[in-house]
Structures are given as C-alpha cells and as structure tokens.
Ligand binder design. Structure first.
Ligand code: WQD
Length: 347
C-alpha cells in the first residue's frame, strides 16, 4: 500500500486531506507537534474512515527529531507538508518564530527525504505569494509580489527553497531531476467535512472570516466586524476565492496520483480554488440562508494587510491534475455551521 507522511495532519486542511487519502487507499502517517490542533482529531478521522492513522508527535523544526522520524518511517513514498504556523497577524508580531518554524521544518523535512530516498513532496503553499495581483484571475505564471506579512513571506521563500533543491537535483542527474515537487497554492479554504466530525479549530479569537461568522451565530462572539466596504468591488467588501476544504483535500489526492505518473518531474505550481470571487456580504448572505440564523454584523474600517480582491485561474489544475472544485458557497457555509453546532454539542 502507498505510504504517505502527512506533516501537520491533525490540522484543519491536513485532517481533511488524511481522510481523503485513507478513502483512496493510502497508508497515512501523521507527524504533528499539536501546536494548532489536538490528538482528538485522530479519533474523528477513525470515526469517519474506520482507520486510525499512525501518529508521531514531533517538532519538525528540531532537526534531530525530524531525522529520527524519517529513519523510523524510511519506507514512505511521498510527503504532504502542511506543518507551519499560519496566522497572518501573529506572524507580524512574532516574525522570527515564523521564519524559524516554517522554514526550518521545511528544510529538515527535505533533509529527511534525502536521507531515506523519498523523491515526492506536495507543499502547502498559498495565494498570498501573489500579493494583490495586477490581473485577475491570477495565473501560476504571475510573478511573486511583496508579501503583506511574514507568514506570506515564509510561503514565498519556501517555494524558492524548493525550486533551488530541484535545480541542484537536476544538475546532479544530467538535466532531469529525480525529485517531484508539487506546490498547491490555496485560496480561501472554508467549511468542514459532511460528517461534522472534523473542521476548523481556531485558537482563541478567530482571525478568519468563516469561524468568526459561525462563532457569532452560535453566540460566542457578539457581532461580526466587516472590515471595509469602500473597496473597488461590487458590494465594496474585499473579494476572495473561497473553496470547500473537502475540494481542497481532493486536490491533494489528485496531486499524489499526478506525481505517480512518469511524465512529471521537477517543480510545478497549481492554483487550487473555485476560480470565482465572493465578497464578504455574499458569504454572510449564504450563511444566513443556509443556517436560518440572522447574523449580527457591522461595517468597520479596513483591516491592515488585507488585499482588495483575488481569485484564481484554475484551468491548469483542472487540465493537468484532473481536479475541479465541486462544492458551491452554500455547501461551504452550511458545512461550517454544522461543524460549529457539533462543537457546541461537545462543549
Ligand atoms: C477573508 C475576508 C477580510 C474576518 C486567509 C489566510 C491566508 C490564506 C488566504 C492560506 C477578508 C474579511 C475577515 C473578519 C472580515 N490562506 N474578514 N471580518 O485574509 O483572505 O487570508 O486565506 O494560506 O493565510 O489567512 O482570509 O478569512 O481572514 O479574510 O470582514 O472578522 O474576510 O477582510 O476580506 P484572508 P480571512
């Protein structure tokens, strides 16, 4: 059976991807330091799939610990690397923590792969590498733009590290790298698995829109602040390319299948989104319609670091990965609400 190491696999996107991989017949080992998640997610994954994945609690930014992990699982065929700190505003206040953790963990994972002869990695990248694109929808060929925060910068630097590693491998093998490095540039993942057993677990006050909406609807937060309505967009609020987290998880399975084919080697990047923009008010309206809950919100000033609008050209992922998002905004908001209700029942 195809054995995959999923770093950060107890996290939001990681756990949904582990479910999709197991359902596709992969053997999964999760490596996570539980900084942003908890071991209960393993029981939930078992509840959904009937399989409890192997779990290693490890700080991948600790080189010795990371190398020991790879020696223990030397038979892995591929790595999906999610493990990273991901809070935009926390990265502004703790830049060195972000550069140390996000970049060291990537480098030690690459060292570990080298030590055991593992040649395939899918890297969790982000549309933040595009900054505010000049042309929309944004294509993978568009240049990097100045990151608006250290978190986004760690994603751009990570992509450059991966490019350099492939270049060195290519030189070592007469121009054709044996490595297969696939970057998935996520847009805005929201929603939860249909079972409502796994979903987003923000630490403290949510930064992201969807969990703030569901916590407001659940009465945990008093009122949603809509950060700005004076943008050059149809309703004045910023636009994003929201994608159901399960569609995003499916994209990782398609990426694994694509890497198994012989016609790919080297480095390639794919936009993973729905390819269409929604404003904040669109998300609120969809949530109210699907949940039946009237959401208290107020229009406030813009949030520092926010870009005005972004959505992805996803033709390349459709064509080369054979992947396409299947779930619409209403399914995203309803699944997020069902997950919030599950959390309330558990509390
Ligand atoms: C979405 C919209 C806010 C909260 C995130 C991740 C980033 C990347 C892309 C993976 C914006 C508005 C939000 C609130 C609001 N993903 N908003 N009130 O900033 O696009 O970035 O997805 O790498 O890492 O952080 O997502 O959910 O914070 O904001 O009005 O209370 O909702 O202004 O327009 P963002 P978000």
């Amino acid at each position: 059976m195809k054995k995959v190491l999923v770093t950060g696999g107890t996290g939001y996107i990681g756990s949904h991807t582990v479910v999709a991989l197991i359902e596709k017949g992969y053997q999964v080992v999760i490596a996570d330091n539980l900084y942003n998640s908890n071991e209960g997610v393993l029981n939930a994954i078992a509840g959904i799939t009937g399989v409890r994945p192997a779990f290693e609690q490890v700080d991948l930014a600790d080189e010795a610990a990371c190398m020991a992990l790879f020696r223990k699982h030397a038979d892995i065929e591929a790595v999906i690397h999610f493990a990273a700190y991901k809070s935009v505003n926390e990265s502004v206040s703790k830049p060195l923590d972000y550069y140390r953790n996000n970049l060291n963990s990537l480098m030690w994972v690459l060292r570990g792969m080298e030590a055991v002869g593992c040649k395939r990695i899918v890297f969790s990248s982000s549309c933040t590498v595009y900054g505010q694109p000049d042309v929309l929808p944004v294509k993978e060929t568009m240049p990097y733009q100045e990151a608006t925060c250290p978190y986004g910068n760690t994603k751009r630097i990570a992509e450059e590290i991966l490019k350099d590693v492939v270049r060195a491998d290519r030189d070592k093998h007469e121009g054709r790298s044996e490595l297969k490095v696939l970057l998935l540039r996520y847009f805005n993942p929201i929603g939860a698995h249909e079972s409502a057993l796994i979903g987003e677990l923000p630490n403290g006050v949510p930064n992201n829109l969807m969990p703030f909406i569901t916590q407001t609807a659940a009465g945990i937060r008093e009122c949603l602040s809509v950060f700005g309505s004076d943008y050059d967009t149809p309703d004045g609020t910023p636009q994003r390319d929201y994608i159901h987290v399960c569609d995003l998880a499916d994209a990782h399975v398609c990426a694994m299948e694509y890497m198994a084919s012989d016609d790919f080697s080297g480095w390639d990047a794919f936009n993973v989104g729905c390819g269409r923009p929604y404003g904040v008010l669109d998300v609120i309206r969809s949530f109210e319609k699907m949940s039946g809950v009237k959401l208290p919100y107020k229009i406030c000033g813009r949030r520092a670091g926010d870009i005005e609008k972004i959505w992805g050209d996803v033709e390349k992922a459709n064509r080369k990965l054979g992947w396409r998002a299947k779930r619409g905004l209403d399914e995203m908001t309803l699944s997020a609400w069902r997950w919030q209700q599950h959390l309330q029942e558990k509390a």
